[in-house]
Design a protein around this ligand. Structure first.
Ligand SMILES: NC(=O)c1ccc[n+]([C@@H]2O[C@H](COP(=O)([O-])OP(=O)(O)OC[C@H]3O[C@@H](n4cnc5c(N)ncnc54)[C@H](OP(=O)(O)O)[C@@H]3O)[C@@H](O)[C@H]2O)c1
Length: 269
């Protein structure tokens, strides 16, 4: 199988190097193109540097890793050379299959990796248009496994799905940043040590829950004994935090709606 990546920016670079490191695509079957060709010098050792048209004509899977403002130009450039069985993969969640199909009417998937792909623990979201078959899904999933888990969702759930896995590292970091800052006001333990203690506990709690198949409620019950100290703190969180969580999703989903509208507008222009 041949795979190609159009756009050697943050996402394209990450995917190219992870695919190469995983070793399931040989250098001669891995292609990359970028608007600024000089940037590709460093990728010469792991991939074939080609034009986007060459790439689209040869690749079985074509990853389009450009910003929404550049998607139209890329698709107009390659649409007449995309192989009839090739799978086009957009890394952008905001542009709909309907809009993409007006520019390139082919098998299409959307893929949203999360930051944790850096340590091969991404929760990568995938959705497909109606032209994609089971075999294509297996090929793409196999390829993406080198960065972590792959989760298929319907297109209409990709927004909320992105909140839960792609935005979540940012939400988690914000929540624990607030907790660590508050802790500083109640202790002489230095900030770096507080952060290290909380971070390690947070990471170990996640692993514990995954390994022992525990729910959040299980953890709370195990730690917060009736009438104890943890229960006192846990009660405050369950009373005060739901309003913040609701507001957070209201705001992010509204922002997502506006971002999608703008991305679609940019393409329609
Ligand atoms: N960054 C994230 O965390 C993240 C997460 C999930 C999804 N995404 C999505 O992934 C997509 C890529 O994001 P990114 O952060 O990787 O963007 P980025 O860092 O700005 O990279 C975009 C790349 O596309 C290249 N490019 C632009 N027009 C091109 C063209 N006509 N032909 C070939 N290459 C072209 C740019 O080339 P130049 O070198 O000339 O600028 C640049 O290297 C976006 O749609 C974004 O929404 C990003």
């Amino acid at each position: 199988m041949k795979a190609g990546i159009i756009g050697y920016g943050s996402m394209g670079k990450m995917l190219l190097w992870k695919f190469s490191k995983a070793g399931n695509i040989a250098k001669q079957d891995l292609m990359v193109s970028n608007r600024t060709v000089e940037k590709l010098k460093e990728a010469e050792e792991i991939a074939c540097i080609v034009t986007s048209r060459q790439l689209a004509a040869e690749a079985d899977i074509i990853f389009v890793c450009v910003r929404p403002s550049d998607i139209k130009q890329v698709l107009e450039e390659i649409r007449d050379v995309i192989g009839k069985d090739a799978l086009l993969v957009s890394l952008n969640g905001s542009v709909s299959f309907e809009t993409i199909s007006k520019l390139a009417d082919c098998k299409t998937a959307k893929v949203i990796p999360s930051l944790t792909a850096e340590i091969e623990r991404s929760q990568t979201l995938v959705c497909y248009n109606a032209k994609v078959n089971a075999e294509d899904k297996v090929s793409l999933t196999d390829l993406l496994k080198c960065i972590g888990n792959v989760i298929e969702l319907p297109e209409e759930e990709m927004g909320m799905g992105s909140e839960l896995v792609s935005c979540m590292p940012g939400f988690i970091a914000s929540i624990f940043d607030v907790i660590c800052t508050s802790a500083q006001g109640h202790t002489a333990i230095p900030k770096e040590q507080i952060v290290q203690m909380v971070l390690s506990t947070m990471s170990a709690t996640g692993d514990l829950m995954l390994q022992k198949d525990m729910t959040f409620e299980d953890v709370v019950t195990r730690v917060a004994t009736k009438g104890g100290i943890t229960e006192e703190g846990s009660k405050v969180i369950y009373e005060g935090f739901p309003a913040t969580a609701d507001l957070m999703f209201e705001k992010t989903l509204e922002k997502r709606r506006i971002t999608t509208e703008n991305a679609e507008k940019q393409i329609a222009e």
